[in-house]
Design a protein around this ligand. Sequence first.
Ligand SMILES: Nc1ncnc2c1ncn2[C@@H]1O[C@H](COP(=O)(O)OP(=O)(O)OP(=O)(O)O)[C@@H](O)[C@H]1O
Length: 277
Amino acid sequence: MPALDHVTDSVSPALATTGAVTEIPASASCFEIEGLSLAYGDTPALSNLTLRIPRQRVTAFIGPSGCGKTTLLRALNRLHDLNEEVRRGGHIHLEGQEIHAPEVEVAELRRRVGMVFQTPNPFPMSIYENVAFGLRLQMSLKKRQRDEVIEWALRSAALWDEVKDRLHDSAWSLSGGQQQRLVIARTLAVQPEVLLLDEPASALDPISTLKIEELIRSLKSRLTLILVTHNMQQAARVSDYTAFLNGGELVEYAATDALFTNPRLAQTENYITGRMG
Ligand SMILES: Nc1ncnc2c1ncn2[C@@H]1O[C@H](COP(=O)(O)OP(=O)(O)OP(=O)(O)O)[C@@H](O)[C@H]1O
């Protein structure tokens, strides 16, 4: 891959595949979240969350509507910054650095920590220009280098074969599932370390959903992925670790197999078996 020198194809040190996530060592963590609380005005949304997110793994946030999953995801690349109502306490470290430190540039943080939303949001421009957009802002590349990165990003998002002969068509001529993979390609082009995915398949048909799930699994060899999903089967299929939130609190966080087959708390069991939420 062109110009991808800070990313390796090797996976992180061996992580526990069963049991509680206290087993995720700091050295294998990408994010360390400590005592994170967040409120919208007087309404609390997150309450004293402490967890580590393992590098080059897929971590799912699950829980009933309004439990704080999206709020937590958005906190990880400071998407709340523009909301003057938001009050926050606690710390979020990305690879050892507090993301709210004065020297952190928000644009660079958001390059490192990309975000894909529920509804595909390609820009009103061609397929090629969508992927080139972030690249033009972030890096000055010659056209040939830019073309290489664009091809790499579209291949990485499993879209190249479907669009290689129509790169200059409007992005809006693609299907919903293709648009979502285009948005992922656009995000990958600037070489993030982390991809935040907020219900990325909830607006898609079952075949497009499977493609997104395959893509998520394939990307973890070089990225950390964090997925918000309402779909328990999806969390079980694609994630390595699952955090169950309820009422803004972290209730249980464990290796996905362990959480789904042998939850430690009745509250978790009630949620995953559909008796709650
Ligand atoms: N911009 C906002 N202003 C005020 N309150 C908000 C805002 N965004 C979210 N909230 C509130 O914060 C709480 C957590 O919301 P959040 O969207 O994080 O939950 P969620 O688990 O992602 O929900 P869902 O699964 O329905 O998307 C909810 O009570 C919600 O109403």
